[in-house]
Design a binder for this molecule. Structure first.
Ligand SMILES: Nc1nc2c(ncn2[C@@H]2O[C@H](COP(=O)(O)OP(=O)(O)OP(=O)(O)O)[C@@H](O)[C@H]2O)c(=O)[nH]1
Length: 643
């Protein structure tokens, strides 16, 4: 690695809207530089995760070092592939911190999309050189001239600077590599200074422990060096360093300006914080600024399907969050089960009185009972779960899929919620929470209106880019989601860019799907955090035969209470098994019932039971003898309340 002086190194990323061809371009760059074999028919080599290959998307940024000869010199080009989806822009900005320039890939047919705009500004704000690349020029409908003009209009980059390529056919890939060398500056680093390395990513390997991806800002690191983590102050001996080519390839040393991996006996997942600075023992340095921690936008409870698997799930989550640090574990909690509902959730085949006598049940129920851990009964009646924060819904789904595929953990995710806030007026509550403004993630903790000055909800600034013919429908959709229009710009004669301020809650579940379906898939969407706004929020209870079902308490905007309440009641009705007697399912705000479904009451069977009815019915109603299937509760929580 010493062959490469700093001026012969380029660190760059590829950024683009989803599906515009980043990974395909990365494959071609890898082939052209001989990093991978052309004949292997490699496809998306950098998409290593199973979920990435299945979904055809990149969720995790990957790094590869390429060697390229140009003008009689060999260059070391470090390519960092990044995800394109809105939920993963956190990975994008992390990747950018290790780069000096980017290739901004735009589809020659689709043109600039919402994520193109978002990604461009991430790079622009980081003061990186931007090389526009118009891809897919082989497509029948490709119009690179039009896209070039869009780039000039929206990003102020002269259209002559655009490189027109077909990543699929390998057309003009050479010009891309040459532009990387000519237009991106080498990193500004000092090899003679003591080591200063940024951990910009890390993964956990069962056998080798933590593998950190590092970018060296100063100095040199070699196998055998003693290094210190600025974050934990722990000292380690470096076992292995090397480059990613794209698989790990050990080298003797890594020098400032280079990017590679490092293994140093970090066993615990908490030891390799992304954003940490590593330095040599006895040569402390000023740590690099690190990264802002990712801000979760949606929260969801994660339950193991089998409660006895809870500890395994917890450790799988710990490992996966090391690799995907944008997931925050908000709460590792347990919900004490009170009402008959919850007990039935556990012992769903048993009617309530049996559950009370739970420990003494034998015979046909023995199987069910044995799923209760051998703890005191009160302990057994707890559902253990983790509440996790995600950057968005796709992020949540991908995390779930990765837990299953990479860690063999089967989980159930509940409907996502957003973090609301309340400004407290009650002195007692302020004392209890030790602050005036509290964030509410668990709806059960939503303070009563009489105890607050105001409620606040998170808002985002959304960008929609669409062909003009769908503008009317999209505006109506945005309005129905309580959004406020901020701006409207034509990016060419056929496309318009709309900016709206959205309550996050209104877009978090199904907005993207609705937008796609009413624009036949042509509109694109992206959003950025825009703080909080005052909102008329209310807490809504769901009652079964007059008993509040704790797990289904939700916070909704006053305007949406009826729709959401009705939806939950209907879904609950559909999820419960047939009942002999009538049960009321109600949605209520305070003491006011706003939606109601009546359910059950099988007439023929009822007739037969008429004689016994009166007493029995009363008893059953009183104790809420509802046999609730295990998945009913989950179905209701899982299904999207806004639909
Ligand atoms: N016709 C044509 N298709 C292309 C070209 N480049 C990529 N594609 C196709 O476009 C689709 C998306 O390409 P990817 O490389 O996966 O796109 P990406 O931007 O990496 O997508 P994400 O990883 O999901 O963000 C694939 O079906 C590619 O085969 C091209 O130059 N021409």
């Amino acid at each position: 690695m010493s062959r490469f002086p700093v001026e012969d190194i380029r660190n760059f990323s590829i950024i683009a809207h989803v599906d515009h061809g980043k990974s395909t371009l990365a494959d071609r760059l890898l082939e052209l530089t001989g990093t991978i074999d052309k004949t292997q028919k490699n496809k998306q080599v950098l998409d290593k995760l199973q979920v990435e290959r299945e979904r055809g998307i990149t969720v995790k940024a990957q790094t590869a070092s390429l060697f390229y000869s140009f003008g009689g010199k060999q260059y070391l080009l470090n390519l960092i592939d990044t995800p394109g989806h809105v939920d993963f822009s956190y990975e994008v900005s992390r990747s950018l911190s290790a780069c000096q320039g980017v290739l901004l890939v735009v589809d020659a047919n689709e043109g600039i999309q919402a994520q193109t705009v978002a990604n461009f500004f991430l790079a622009f704000e980081a003061q990186l050189s931007v090389i526009p690349v118009i891809n897919k020029i082989d497509l029948k409908n490709a119009d690179p001239e039009r896209v070039g003009k869009q780039i000039e209009k929206v990003f102020d980059i002269p259209s002559e600077e655009c490189i027109k390529i077909s990543a699929k056919l390998g057309t003009n890939i050479d010009s891309v590599l040459q532009a990387v060398i000519e237009r991106i500056p080498p990193p500004k680093v000092h090899r003679e200074n003591p080591l200063k390395a940024l951990v910009f990513d890390s993964t956990f390997d069962q056998y080798r422990g933590v593998i950190a991806n590092i970018a060296l800002f100063d100095g040199v690191v070699s196998k055998g060096d003693k290094i210190v983590s600025a974050h934990t102050k722990k000292t380690y001996e470096v076992n292995e360093v090397g480059i990613l080519n794209p698989n790990e390839q050990p080298t003797h040393k890594l020098y400032a300006g280079q990017v590679g991996f490092l293994i140093a006996g970090m066993k615990d997942v908490t030891e390799a914080q992304i954003g940490d600075t590593l330095y040599l023992h006895n040569h402390p340095v000023e740590p690099l600024p690190g990264f802002k921690s990712a801000k979760p936008m949606v929260f969801a409870g994660v339950y193991p399907i089998d409660q006895s698997e809870y500890n395994n799930l917890k450790s799988a989550i710990e490992k996966l969050t090391l690799n995907d640090s944008s997931v925050t574990v908000h709460r590792d909690s347990s919900l004490a089960l009170g009402a008959g509902w919850s007990i039935c959730h556990w012992l769903w085949r048993l009617p309530w009185p049996h559950a009370v006598l739970g420990i003494q049940i034998w015979g046909p129920y023995a199987q069910t009972v044995s799923t209760i851990p051998s703890q005191p009964f009160s302990q057994a009646l707890k559902i253990h779960f983790c509440e996790l924060g995600f950057l968005g819904l796709l992020h949540m789904e991908v995390f779930n899929q990765r837990l299953e595929q990479e860690y063999n953990a089967s989980v159930i995710l509940t409907t996502p919620t957003v973090p609301y806030k309340a400004v407290l007026s009650s002195a007692k509550l302020i004392k209890e929470y030790k602050e005036k403004e509290i964030t509410i993630i668990n709806p059960a903790q939503f303070p009563d209106k009489s105890k607050v000055t105001e409620y606040l909800e998170p808002v985002v600034l959304g960008t929609v880019i669409t062909p003009t013919e769908y503008t009317g429908k999209i505006m109506a959709l945005c309005q129905a989601r309580r959004a406020i229009q901020k701006n409207m710009t034509f990016i060419d004669e056929n496309r318009v860019m709309l900016k709206y301020l959205f309550p996050l809650n209104e877009i978090v579940v199904d907005f993207y799907d609705s937008l796609k379906s009413l624009s036949s898939g042509y509109a694109s969407f992206d959003y950025e955090d825009a703080g909080y706004q005052t909102a008329e929020l209310i807490k809504m209870d769901i009652l079964l035969n007059g008993n509040i079902v704790e797990e289904l308490v939700t916070v909704v905007h006053r305007e949406k209470a009826y729709t959401v309440g009705k939806g939950i009641c209907e879904r609950l009705k559909d999820s419960l098994p047939r009942q002999l007697f009538e049960i009321a399912i109600q949605a209520a705000v305070g003491s006011k019932v706003i939606a109601r479904e009546t359910y059950g009451g099988d007439i023929t069977r009822k007739m037969k039971l008429l004689k016994r009815q009166s007493e029995g019915k009363k008893k059953l109603r009183k104790v809420g003898n509802i046999e609730i299937p295990k998945d009913a509760f989950i179905k209701v929580l899982k299904t999207q309340p806004n639909k």
